[in-house]
Design a protein around this ligand. Structure first.
Ligand code: MG
Ligand code: MG
Length: 261
């Protein structure tokens, strides 16, 4: 096993700062969820989100992110990933239709600390098997919340998440994973949603983790939608879901920092 790169542990004061950022993210996602109706565009959702983030004195984390692969910096406060878009969808004027699902991912920095959370929303009437995909993906996230405690190997939890997804006939995305979080959005360690012993680590009180299962209805493969290298889509064109919470590991277990408390 590769020696895992270690997470920087957070003090209780730092965890509270992350929770304050997490409350902003929670409020944004709740507001955006109320907007998820046929005829609304993801650009409208993004505009409301960015205004709320600025109003709270926070900054959107995704806006301006540039990677070695991407053609331009990410242009929005939210990632809005519709139907077969797994992650990194760019808000657009295209309006949502009944039967769509949209994954909304929001990250903010407030007072130097970051919160990051995502949810997948149904628009109008959504096919039962797609609703089941959303349910199973959210359940995988809650399996992690319930399983987290100090001195447990992450791979045990990831294995339970993966087993739950695969028992339902769905697939865990491999190319994108969760991450430690704190002053930066992406810190060590990497947090796969499947068993990968090369990326294993032992949970410790004071770790703060963004756990974010990405689940495909069909096969696990993903690809870039276009030459921008931003939107990631399922290779088979079937739908995907994404749920995420920022979670502190405490002596008592998991403390979810993006659930509005
Ligand atoms: Mg996120
Ligand atoms: Mg994240």
């Amino acid at each position: 096993m590769r020696r895992p790169r270690t997470a920087r542990l957070k003090s209780p004061e730092e965890v509270e700062k992350i929770r304050r950022a997490g409350r902003v993210v929670y409020a944004v996602l709740r507001r955006v969820a109320q907007m998820a109706e046929p005829g609304v565009s993801t650009a409208e959702m993004n505009a409301v989100a960015e205004a709320m983030i600025r109003e709270a004195g926070a900054e959107p984390l995704f806006k301006g992110v540039q990677t070695r692969q991407t053609a331009f910096p990410f242009p929005a406060a939210l990632c809005t990933s519709v139907n077969d878009v797994v992650v990194h969808g760019i808000p657009s004027e295209r309006t949502l239709q009944s039967g769509d699902v949209v994954s909304v991912d929001c990250g903010v920095r407030l007072d130097g600390y970051c919160g990051d959370s995502a949810t997948t929303l149904c628009v109008g009437t959504v096919a039962p098997e797609v609703r089941r995909l959303l349910e199973v993906t959210e359940e995988a996230l809650w399996i992690a919340v319930e399983g987290i405690r100090p001195r447990r190997w992450w791979s045990e939890i990831a294995g339970a998440m993966q087993a739950h997804v695969e028992a339902a006939g769905f697939s865990v995305v491999r190319e994108f994973v969760g991450h430690g979080i704190g002053r930066e959005m992406h810190e060590e360690p990497k947090i796969p949603n499947y068993v990968d012993r090369r990326q294993d680590f032992m949970l410790q009180a004071g770790m703060v983790l963004a756990v974010e299962p990405m689940v495909n209805m069909g096969s696990a493969g993903v690809q870039y939608a276009d030459g921008t290298n931003w939107p990631v889509v399922t290779a088979d064109g079937r739908y995907a879901a994404h749920f995420e919470h920022t979670i502190a590991v405490t002596d008592a277990g998991a403390d979810v920092l993006t659930d509005g408390r």
